[in-house]
Design a protein around this ligand. Structure first.
Ligand code: ADP
Ligand code: MG
Length: 329
């Protein structure tokens, strides 16, 4: 339904995104996850035809977003980072205006507006000026304009930024309800948001797609599958040396405690459960285990590992100012 092929965007010498490819199928919610500056908005602005790519291709239902823009855009609803709202219009006036812009036939416009007002639960505020709406309601109106024309693909750029926790829950529920009839792509720099809402995750870091997998599979991408935390009695150095002989042990940290006690943290290099071997080896080394527990790594760890480069360079780099604006809205 959506095919993104080898997308690259350069701003002068700066590469915002590089060689990004992915596909999107109907009936699923896709999350574009990455730290600030990773290239999420750039990717979405290109996919929706708001920005030209330096190279690459975007097909929406087979229509090229650059060469066949009108047909392609008919299938896309977009909520950009800053929703294009007209503050001096009422919600209803604005949505009618959007329906006209999107080419919804005149006799269907009123029904279409009623429909999206219902879907986004904004019927109650339809005669209010947008300027007088809370941020949560403005975001709903932003979603409503994306839904006008019933496009197959809905693209939402950081749809919950700036909302309070209650509004976040409501907007999330709304997004989940769209899945039945649309393919949804949303971006976020918050992992928990993506893992709660999305079926599939694309992680981008410094303009590159570093991971594409189902949300369920995310934990499998950890480099080190598990750590084991052990407290016991015996010679820590002897225990360490013995553990390092084991095939799946990547590293061991040891610390001697009072009364000949010791604390060990064993990190495995695979997903295999190595607790049995660890016990045997420690017994052989004269280290008596008092306590042993697995320390699982969180999804947060996957994200940090995948985007480690970004965070490493960010510390040395000053925030870059946006120097150029070549959007062709
Ligand atoms: P995200 O949405 O993931 O925070 P963006 O797509 O906005 O990231 O930006 C990706 C990179 O491209 C950033 O390094 C940003 O500074 C750069 N960038 C974005 N827009 C421009 C622009 N108009 N001119 C120059 N650089 C830009
Ligand atoms: Mg952005």
């Amino acid at each position: 339904m959506v095919e993104v092929k080898n997308l690259t965007k350069r701003y002068g010498a700066k590469t915002a995104i590089e060689n990004i490819s992915f596909t999107v199928e109907p009936g699923k919610i896709y999350g574009l996850l990455g730290p600030n500056g990773a290239g999420k908005s750039t990717t979405m602005n290109i996919m929706t035809g708001y920005l030209a790519a330096t190279s690459g291709e975007v097909l929406i239902d087979g229509h090229d977003i650059f060469k066949d823009a009108i047909a392609a855009k008919k299938n896309i609803g977009y909520l950009p980072e800053i929703p294009p709202l007209y503050l001096d219009m009422t919600v209803e006036e604005y949505l009618k205006f959007v329906a006209e812009l999107k080419g919804v036939p005149k006799k269907r416009r009123a029904d279409e507006v009623i429909d999206v007002l219902e879907k986004t639960q904004t019927t109650g505020v339809c005669s209010k000026l947008i300027r007088n709406l809370s941020k949560g309601y403005r975001q709903r109106v932003g979603l409503a304009q994306a839904l006008i024309g019933n496009p197959e693909v809905i693209i939402l750029d950081e749809p919950t930024v700036g909302l309070d926790p209650k509004q976040i829950t409501e907007v999330r529920e709304l997004i989940c309800s769209l899945k039945e009839d649309h393919a949804v792509i949303l971006s976020s720099h918050i992992l928990s948001e993506i893992s709660e809402v999305c079926d599939h995750v694309f992680i981008i870091s410094q303009g590159k797609l570093v991971l594409s997998d189902t949300t369920q599979n995310l934990p499998l991408h950890l480099h080190s599958a598990q750590s084991i935390d052990i407290v016991g009695q015996g010679d820590v150095e002897a225990a360490k040396a013995a553990l390092l002989e084991l095939p799946h042990v990547a590293s061991v940290e040891g610390e001697a405690l009072e009364k000949n006690m010791g604390h060990l943290v064993v990190t495995a290099d695979s997903h295999e459960d190595i607790r049995a071997e660890v016990s045997t080896v420690l017994a052989g080394a004269g280290f008596a285990i008092f306590e042993m527990k697995e320390v699982g790594q969180s999804l947060e760890d996957v994200f940090l590992q995948m985007t480690a480069d970004t965070y490493a360079t960010e510390e040395n780099e000053e925030t870059e100012e946006e120097t150029e604006d070549d959007s062709n809205i």
